[in-house]
Design a protein around this ligand. Structure first.
Ligand code: PLP
Length: 281
């Protein structure tokens, strides 16, 4: 298949699969989601993404329709049906269905999955980013379907011919529209703390652990926009980008002062993805 859509057991091409309008995802964005890269039909770090969506569902009292093991097996089976070496797997669990009421009863959640071919490209090519005010709520640690500020932030990037847009809250950098952002300064990795203002990214966690493995001190603290611009290197991380450097922020040239450390961290992250998803495993 060229792509795959799944909704509560129905499987077809993405365009062919529909959900009922009573699904609470439809009118409240009442659900949680996650996304994972897949190579050679091996979803990369799948258990981390599954653990995160179940944790997020539990934080919002959403009842997933499957166990973690069932969801994991289902994703591993479904990816085999889609053509291509590298794929992007998106999955969400909504709270369930019912006539529109803000209050909810304990319905079983609805599961939606979408799989499409997608390559990880230009890992080592630095990107342009722009900044935007972080107008999001206080639950950014939960990957909910409510993404209006992130959608506007991503569009802001596109309008400015940038690859990402960086959220700034009260002068402090939080994260990007769909990625985390960290900096290298004087040989140390500085990244915003995993509080309610950022999503604790799987790739951010990976970046922290490879930095520590390489004896690079990691400081989880708030840092300002001025510190971002003054950084030796800026690193944007997400499952679909891995770890990318940044060449401009709002048109100002940045970084370029610690390319060896940047490359070391990028290599560790990218090669782990390649090795873990090697067909000969
Ligand atoms: N921050 C936000 C707001 C995101 O939407 C994402 C990914 O979609 C990330 C960070 C990166 O998370 P991960 O590394 O788990 O893909």
């Amino acid at each position: 298949m060229k792509n795959l859509g799944y909704y509560n057991g129905n499987i077809g091409l993405i365009d062919e699969i529909s959900a009922p309008i009573t699904d609470r995802a439809f009118y409240f964005g009442d659900g949680v989601y996650d996304a994972v890269m897949c190579r050679n039909n091996i979803p990369y770090l799948l258990s981390h993404h599954i653990n995160r969506i179940y944790k997020n569902a539990s934080l919002l009292s959403i009842a997933p329709p499957n166990t973690k093991e069932e969801l994991s097996l289902l994703i591993k089976e479904l990816v085999k049906r889609v053509d291509g070496e590298e794929k992007f797997v998106y999955f969400h669990i909504s709270r369930g269905s019912g006539i529109r009421n803000h209050e909810f009863t304990n319905t079983k959640g609805n599961l939606c999955i979408m799989i499409k071919p997608q390559k990880i490209e230009n890992v080592y090519e630095k990107m342009d980013v722009c900044t935007t005010k972080d107008i999001r709520f206080q639950m950014c640690n939960i990957k909910t379907l409510n993404l209006i500020p992130s959608v506007l932030c991503a569009q802001h990037a596109k309008n400015n011919k940038c690859e990402e847009s960086v959220f700034v809250r009260d002068g402090y950098v939080t994260e990007c529209s769909h990625s985390n952002i960290s900096i290298l300064k004087n040989g140390k990795l500085i990244t915003a703390p995993a509080d309610c203002h950022i999503l604790p990214g799987v790739t951010r966690a990976n970046l922290i652990s490879v930095a520590q493995k390489n004896n690079i001190e990691v400081i989880e603290k708030r840092y300002t926009l001025a510190e971002l611009i003054d950084a030796d290197e800026i690193i944007v991380t997400s499952s679909s980008k891995m770890a990318k450097g940044v060449k401009t922020v709002d048109g100002k040239v940045v970084g370029g002062k610690d390319e060896n450390t940047l490359k070391l961290l990028q290599d560790e992250i990218y090669f782990d993805y390649i090795n873990t998803t090697n067909i000969h495993l």
